[in-house]
Design a protein around this ligand. Structure first.
Ligand code: SAM
Length: 283
């Protein structure tokens, strides 16, 4: 076990800074202050980050760390941080490491005894989820599906029983194929497409997959998040099974045999006998 106090000044520190997902004003004062103080800002795309930094008059030096050079670039950054340089990492939008590079850098930094701290901002999936109207109690973030149709369908099939709200990232090039696959796999579930978040053309499209599969896909431009309602059928069944198990236990605790408890429950709640038997077998 290791306990690391981010700001104890005893260990070197790597900052992960969240950047805007669209509207350039969505960056915190703390993020700007941190970026200003850095000796080096490592970025997924230095040109994009340069544009953001220019808006705020930040002139720190930039360094490229992207998916294809992540290990090599991370080694370089770790050496710089250990030598006392102040370094932050930013991806193109939102949080580093969320469908973006950054996770390898973080793992390597932790291994080398470097503290890691995040400067908050927005992430497209959080914005989309909280305004979707679907359940926010439990959710499953998938990110991008594989590009090949058969692989994407396999992945969706694995998710079909999940009771959690499902979250996917998508681009305009694949949205039509993805919605058609979702319709095949998830049938007529409720879906929300959250598009161009925080930008002037922000849009939420809420409806059933039967409706959304017939949308004009040409109208779905820009970046988007797809949120799919979790499998409610199984959620209800889980509640019922939990209730049946509790009742069976309570009758048996009061002295009824398993057989009698099954009979009482079946009669009292008008339940299928085989379902009650199946649950009773676990006791
Ligand atoms: N790191 C980012 C985050 O924390 O959200 C995600 C980066 S990932 C490469 C880009 C994907 O995020 C897009 O294809 C889209 O699915 C989603 N995304 C990013 N910005 C968005 C926005 N403004 N509106 C809707 N979706 C967005």
């Amino acid at each position: 076990m290791k306990r690391n106090k981010s700001f104890d000044n005893k260990s070197p520190l790597l900052y992960l800074v969240a950047t805007p997902i669209g509207n350039l004003k969505e960056i915190t004062e703390r993020a700007l202050e941190t970026l200003k103080e850095m000796d080096l800002i490592a970025a997924e795309d230095t040109r994009n980050t340069y544009k953001l930094l220019s808006c705020y008059g930040i002139k720190s030096e930039l360094f490229s760390l992207r998916e294809h050079n992540e290990v090599e670039a991370s080694n370089h950054l770790i050496n710089l941080i250990k030598s006392g340089k102040k370094v932050a990492y930013v991806s193109d939008a939102g949080y580093p490491g969320i469908s973006d590079p950054g996770n390898i850098l973080v793992k390597m930094a932790i291994k080398e005894g470097i503290n890691v701290s995040t400067i908050s901002g927005s992430s497209a999936f959080i914005n989309a989820l909280v305004a979707s109207g679907l359940s926010t109690d439990h959710f499953y973030f998938y990110g991008f599906l594989p590009k090949k149709g058969n692989e994407a369908k396999n992945e969706l099939t694995k998710l079909v029983d999940k009771p959690e709200t499902l979250i996917f990232y998508e681009s305009p090039h694949h949205i039509e194929e993805t919605i058609k696959l979702m319709h095949e796999v998830f049938k007529n579930r409720e879906v929300v497409i959250a598009r161009e978040l925080t930008k002037i053309n922000e849009e939420y499209i809420r409806g059933s997959l039967d409706e959304i599969v017939n949308i004009d896909f040409e109208s779905l431009k820009g970046e988007m998040v797809i949120i799919v309602k979790g499998n409610e059928e199984l959620k209800d069944k889980a509640v019922d099974e939990g209730m049946i198990e509790k009742k069976l236990k309570s009758f048996m605790d009061k002295g009824a045999s398993k057989k009698t408890a099954i009979e009482i429950l079946k009669e009292e709640y008008n339940l299928p006998k085989n379902l009650v038997y199946k649950i009773a077998q676990k006791l």
